[in-house]
Design a protein around this ligand. Structure first.
Ligand code: G5P
Ligand code: MG
Length: 227
């Protein structure tokens, strides 16, 4: 693939279940971005029973936010290890103090905001199944696995996320409204937010793709599009 000519630091934001992971996986098939999901990193630590994983699980299992210092540590390490790539950051920052910490380290270029109604989200999350090893995500209505209960690529078992129980989802939506939504103002003040509204990823996606095509085109003709 062609080497990027310059780098984009992009953030994808939106309530839990708004499709950040789904859209990110589509973006990386069309554009050269390194996808970094704070939730996937934390779930990896939890599965591996690391010290950080054990601490994080106390919060994630009931839908609470993991303390800023813990998340920041793992996310910044990942960003620093990928300085030479354009990245798409999913799930971080989630509080104003995380955003300030990110600003102290990197220059954020754009914030893609997925604006999906809460009713739609609750319904979707109840039908989500994931492959814990890779983070690949399915939905029984939207993108069911080829064989029920099995990952399409590895054939391994799918599981439901511990924080997808209804009471945790309610908590996550509440924390999104109180702690994360204010970040839209933080980034709007910097003129960096582009919002995409709707109830279906397949309807939102072409708009995001068009936006990124224009943006990457403007940055260098052969810069970002994969061949
Ligand atoms: P995460 O992992 O960042 P959330 O809550 O922000 O978790 P989540 O749940 O991963 O976000 P998403 O990525 O926005 O949602 O959505 P998705 O997985 O792509 O789509 C949701 C479901 O809907 C899937 O089943 C998908 O197939 C389906 N779907 C998509 N589009 C459609 C559609 O059009 N129609 C239908 N019918 N279905 C569709 O964070 C997890 C936890 O980690 C901690 C916190 O505890 C957090 O709760 N954490 C942090 N804590 C502090 N600070 C941070 N920065 C943290 N980051 C993570
Ligand atoms: Mg996700």
């Amino acid at each position: 693939p062609p080497k990027p000519l310059s780098l984009i630091r992009a953030i994808i934001m939106g309530p839990p279940g708004s499709g950040k992971g789904t859209v990110s996986s589509r973006i990386v098939t069309k554009f050269i971005f390194h996808h970094i999901s704070s939730g996937d990193i934390l779930r990896h630590h939890i599965r591996s029973n690391t010290e950080l994983g054990l601490e994080a699980q106390k919060f994630t299992s009931s839908g609470l936010l993991v303390p800023d210092n813990l998340v920041t540590k793992v996310v910044l390490a990942e960003l620093n290890a990928n300085q030479d790539k354009s990245w798409l950051l999913d799930g971080y920052p989630r509080t104003v103090s995380q955003a300030e910490e990110l600003d102290r380290n990197f220059l954020v270029g754009v914030v893609l905001n997925l604006d999906v109604p809460f009713d739609t989200i609750t319904e979707r999350i109840s039908k989500r199944w994931i492959h814990p090893g890779s983070g690949r995500t399915y939905n029984l209505d939207f993108n069911p696995p080829v064989i029920a209960g099995k990952d399409d690529v590895s054939g391994e078992d799918l599981v439901q996320r511990e924080d997808d129980k209804p009471e945790s989802v309610t908590k996550r939506l509440e924390l999104y409204s109180n702690m994360t939504k204010p970040l839209l103002d933080y980034y709007s003040d910097q003129d960096k937010v582009v919002s995409f509204s709707g109830t279906e990823t397949n309807v939102i996606w072409p708009h995001i793709k068009k936006y990124l095509e224009e943006k990457t085109e403007a940055m260098g003709k052969h810069g970002f599009l994969t061949p």
